[in-house]
Write a protein that binds this ligand. Structure first.
Ligand code: SAH
Ligand code: SF4
Ligand code: F3S
Length: 438
């Protein structure tokens, strides 16, 4: 059969989609790039903000029409974080959905399809079994690019009061070192040059080796850095409360570990951070940043921010702006607080008016954009090392990423996807750079 997968969420959600595609490919199914060409449609959903889950229901309405017009079997599958917590609602609002799988049940996708072909019932599996998930994701790696994700840790025990992830992905689970190394080797053999290690809380990674010895993230980075053929390493997302000097040392001593760190702070106000249950203060965050800059002076930072958390005053918001001014980010993501079902913050008093959220978001984004532009402009006339990932819009143009994750476009005949080349930056344009090879 032909299958189409849409990912709605974070990088782990994309990783899960790729692994489902690997499984289905090995079962003899073929990937297509639009639902119109498919007879299996998989929506791999995200629940992080309200907008993400409303999108699912409008997309479902559209594929229902395809299903009605289709001759023969047409299977609609909902997987991921919405599937985990909203089974009843999906069955009620979209009774034509055939299979519902939580984010830690995706490994069952191929067998559920087979089972469905012999059954009329909706098949549901939401077991939250991370260990079983990885043990059963044994398919090979098909169609990989130059830069790919590798999930090393899944689930979250932090219960930030605004966040659904602990409810959708369950408790924190670290994969063991041997499995991660084996997977990294397979990715490298499939042509991957850069691996981005993933975890909801990647820097609290705590996996075991064959002797039952515990390894932290830094240990794992040192181990992976030894692999032949691997050119670049990244890890995301880190929680400031779990940053320690071992990470600083990894950034100092591992040459393929990129000097770029996504370290979400969410807010610059201690009062808001406390209500968010983030377990650090703004001062503690600055200490992390300073420590990491000490070990790796050129390290660049990005972050996530939430504006309009319940009870956030103008003064709190000013503190966020002050924090941004002090840290100076190379890029960042920012969101309006979105109340999520079952979370503590959704029930807090003093929910903030949508209009104020929008105003604050636009002020914050202006500042973050200004910083990103300044960061990018500071490289004009200088050299960056670029890993080329894909073709650009123009003839002979390739697009790659710098050590600091900036997108850089270059026109040249003598470079190939997968090459790492020293590029002279000629111009900074909106959120990317242009360069030449001398
Ligand atoms: N473990 C990662 C989380 C991912 S969610 C982390 O701790 O960073 C990615 C980002 O989405 C979060 O950093 C946060 O900024 C944002 N987010 C999460 N829940 C949200 C909500 N209810 N409303 C708005 N933004 C939210
Ligand atoms: Fe959500 Fe907080 Fe866990 Fe990140 S650390 S996934 S924001 S609960
Ligand atoms: Fe979304 Fe689930 Fe990722 S809620 S952000 S897909 S962990």
């Amino acid at each position: 059969m032909y299958f189409f997968i849409k990912s709605y969420g974070c990088q782990m959600n994309s990783y899960d989609s790729q692994r489902m595609a690997d499984l289905l490919t090995e079962k003899g199914h073929s990937a297509v790039d639009e639902p119109e060409k498919a007879d299996i449609v998989i929506f791999n959903t995200c629940s992080i903000r309200e907008k993400a889950d409303e999108k699912l229901f409008s997309d479902l309405g559209r594929v229902k029409t395809l299903k009605d017009l289709h001759n023969g079997d047409f299977i609609i599958i909902v997987t991921g974080c919405v599937a985990q917590t909203r089974v009843q609602e999906i069955m009620k609002r979209a009774p034509y959905v055939d299979i519902i799988l939580g984010p830690q049940d995706i490994q069952a996708v191929a067998e559920k399809i087979d089972e469905h072909l012999h059954s009329e019932n909706v098949l549901v599996s939401t077991s939250l079994g991370a260990e079983d998930k990885f043990n059963r994701l044994t398919a090979g790696f098909h169609n990989r690019k130059v830069s790919e994700f590798l999930t090393i840790q899944e689930g979250c025990d932090n219960f930030c009061t605004y966040c659904v992830v602990p409810y959708t992905r369950g408790r924190e689970f670290s994969r063991n070192v041997a499995d991660i190394v084996a997977e990294a080797k397979k990715l490298i053999a499939a042509g991957v040059k850069e691996i981005i290690l993933l975890g909801q809380n990647v820097n609290s990674y705590n996996g075991t080796d064959e002797n039952g010895q515990r390894h932290n993230l830094s240990d794992l980075l040192f181990t992976l850095a030894e692999l032949d053929g691997l050119k670049r390493l990244h890890y995301t997302t880190s929680h400031p409360k779990d940053i320690n000097e071992s990470i600083g040392r990894a950034h100092r001593d591992i040459d393929i570990l990129m000097p770029f760190l996504h370290l979400p702070v969410q807010s610059g106000s201690d009062a808001v951070l406390k209500k968010m249950n983030r377990k650090y203060t703004a001062e503690k965050y600055f200490e992390c940043i300073d420590m990491l800059r000490e070990y790796r002076p050129d390290i660049a930072f990005s972050s996530d921010f939430i504006v309009g958390f319940p009870g956030e005053t103008d003064e709190d918001f000013q503190k966020t702006l002050q924090l941004v001014e002090r840290v100076k980010y190379s890029q960042a993501y920012s969101f309006k607080y979105s109340p999520r079902p079952n979370t503590v913050a959704a029930k807090m008093d003093n929910q903030i008016d949508e209009k104020i959220k929008s105003e604050r978001l636009s002020i914050l984004q202006d500042l973050l954009n200004k910083q990103q532009t300044q960061f990018n402009e500071s490289f004009v006339g200088k050299y960056l090392s670029i890993l080329f990932e894909k073709e650009g819009k123009h003839k002979n143009q390739l697009v790659g990423r710098s050590e600091y994750s900036q997108a850089v476009s270059v026109c040249a005949n003598n470079i190939n996807i997968g090459d790492i080349v020293r590029v002279k930056v000629t111009e900074a344009v909106s959120h990317s750079l242009l360069g030449t090879i001398e």
